[in-house]
Design a protein around this ligand. Structure first.
Ligand SMILES: [Zn+2]
Length: 232
């Protein structure tokens, strides 16, 4: 029964772990999506600013071109020409920036879409198995408490000294009961004294393995095709 309780508790832990892992992935992806969206917004804002500068510069260039057309002396004409060239260079730089930021925004937008798809998939996985896992956990908990109740009833029927010994060994060794069929302890594989083994075989009695201290009793060998004997 204690082995069954441990198995049930392990199974419960595993189901809980699966659920928690999926939930952790969802919140991780949520956080990543938030970061990526923020980064996209920043890039798009920078791109908008650059775009506005391009518009302003284009107006300045028009203005400068008019100045060039209106110039009357060579000096005025040269100055306007220089200004125009300078502005064109600046405009080219800004246009390059706009293009760079456009590429960057496009890449980030694709990343956002990828993360959104990933998140949607994990959320769908979670939705698909959450009910199932919850149901399984309810069943496991029911089994666990039923087994616990059965164990309590069994403990009441045991001599208190024996139960105390059992609990002490169980705490030290993980499980407290061993069997023997051929004179070796099946828990630790060490030989029992022949005298002890004969006694265990002859009488319905229990003893303690001298090596691992587990409570030990005799079980007869089981024929291959016979149903396994209940080890208690
Ligand atoms: Zn032993």
């Amino acid at each position: 029964m204690d082995a069954a309780l441990k198995t049930l508790a392990d199974a419960l832990g595993e189901e809980r772990g699966t659920l928690e892992k999926l939930k952790a992935t969802v919140s991780e992806l949520d956080a990543r999506l938030e970061r990526e969206r923020a980064s996209l917004a920043t890039t798009e804002r920078a791109r908008g600013d650059c775009h506005a500068e391009v518009r302003t510069m284009t107006q300045q260039i028009d203005h400068s071109r008019e100045k060039l057309n209106r110039s009357r002396t060579e000096r005025e004409s040269n100055a306007a020409q220089r200004e125009l060239e300078e502005l064109r260079k600046l405009l080219k730089d800004r246009e390059d920036d706009v293009q760079k930021l456009s590429f960057e925004a496009e890449a980030t937008r694709k990343q956002v879409e990828t993360t959104e798809a990933e998140l949607a998939k994990v959320k769908a996985d979670l939705a698909a198995c959450e009910d199932d896992i919850q149901k399984k956990m309810v069943d496991l908990e029911k089994d666990h408490s039923a087994t616990g109740v059965g164990r309590d009833a069994l403990v009441k029927g045991l001599p208190p000294a024996l139960y105390r010994r059992y609990e002490m060994i169980r705490q030290k060794r993980g499980f407290a009961v061993a069997t023997t069929t051929d004179g070796t302890c099946k828990a630790c594989n060490m030989s029992l004294a022949p005298q002890m083994f004969h006694k265990l075989r002859r009488e319905p009695t229990i003893d303690q393995c001298p090596t691992c201290n587990r409570i030990i009793y005799y079980t007869p060998p089981v024929a291959k095709d016979a149903p396994p004997k209940d080890a208690g």
